[in-house]
Design a protein around this ligand. Structure first.
Ligand code: NAP
Length: 259
């Protein structure tokens, strides 16, 4: 299927690795030019060079912390006029409800709620003016079903979800869609870090930790960044213009809900 977005330009945040990289690669595969971002320049440049060589699209890079005001300003300076925005950043740390101070909440809200909102605020007006735009926010299954140890993430991402629910309806008349992708467990560095923590705590091998976690997923495996990226590219396609304000779970069936 031709997604009809060749020649468009996308900002994909936090995209040198993992799910962001999966989205960047899938969009590049459809002929979309990219602005890629991550904090660490080395892996970012490597990922960009691979994409340029593999897909022949233009790729600009901005090494910056997307959750900081200065970092965002630098990224937006390069990405102005983008037709497609994929928001992403690292998730907040785990803990107990009693661990977190006001500052911890402010930091989580800044990173996982106010950063995507600031990016949308900056890029939506031009999309609306052109009469076409696509925004995909990478959030988490924790929006549908709370992950108790991720209280900071549950809170910040729920706030973003509420904002998107209303805003998506306000920009849809101008041909702009906003949707959220909710990853369950995917095979990325973040999943490795969580599995490594289980290995250390329980004295088991990585293989055993992974197998145990995969057993909790009806699909009996972790998701792949490439299939996550393919879903993102479809949401950014010409065919997805009637999908507005949705929260799409990509979790192998792990969240036990009917709707
Ligand atoms: P990952 O494999 O660790 O990759 C994270 C990417 O984001 C890297 O390119 C990293 O590069 C970049 N990054 C992190 N913080 C950044 C920042 N402040 N500014 C700019 N770039 C930043 O993570 P992932 O698994 O793809 O996860 C992506 C998001 O999905 C996270 O919010 C995570 O909580 C959420 N999620 C993931 C899963 C999963 O199973 N993987 C499940 C549910 C939710 P630098 O470190 O160089 O900046």
């Amino acid at each position: 299927m031709d997604l009809g977005i060749a020649g468009k330009r996308a900002l994909v945040c936090a995209s040198s690795k993992g799910l962001g990289l999966g989205c960047a690669r899938a969009l590049a595969g459809e002929g979309v030019d990219l602005v890629m971002n991550a904090r660490t320049p080395g892996p970012l440049e490597e990922a960009a060079a691979t994409i340029r060589a593999e897909f022949g699209v233009a790729v600009e890079t901005v090494a910056a912390d997307i959750t900081s005001q200065d970092g965002r300003a630098g990224v937006l300076d390069v990405a102005k006029g983008a037709d497609i925005l994929v928001t992403n950043a690292g998730g907040p740390p785990p803990g107990m409800w009693s661990d977190w101070s006001r500052d911890d909440f402010i930091k989580a809200l800044d990173a996982n709620m106010l950063t995507p909102i600031a990016l949308m605020t900056a890029l939506l007006p031009q999309m609306m003016q052109k009469g076409w735009g696509r925004v995909v926010n990478i959030t988490s299954v924790s929006v549908k079903a709370p992950i108790a140890v991720l209280g900071l993430s549950n809170s910040a991402r729920a706030g973003l979800t509420g904002y998107v629910a209303g805003t998506a309806r306000q920009v849809a008349p101008m041909g702009v869609t906003i949707n959220n992708l909710l990853p369950g467990i995917h095979a990325t560095d973040r999943a490795d870090a969580l599995d490594r923590a289980v290995c250390e705590a329980e004295g088991i091998s990585m293989e055993e930790a992974r197998a145990r976690r995969a057993e909790t997923i009806p699909a009996r495996r972790y998701g792949l960044p490439a299939e996550f990226g393919a879903t993102c590219a479809f949401l950014c396609s010409q065919h997805a213009g009637f999908i507005v304000g949705q929260n799409i779970l990509l979790d192998g069936g792990a969240t036990n809900t009917t709707l």
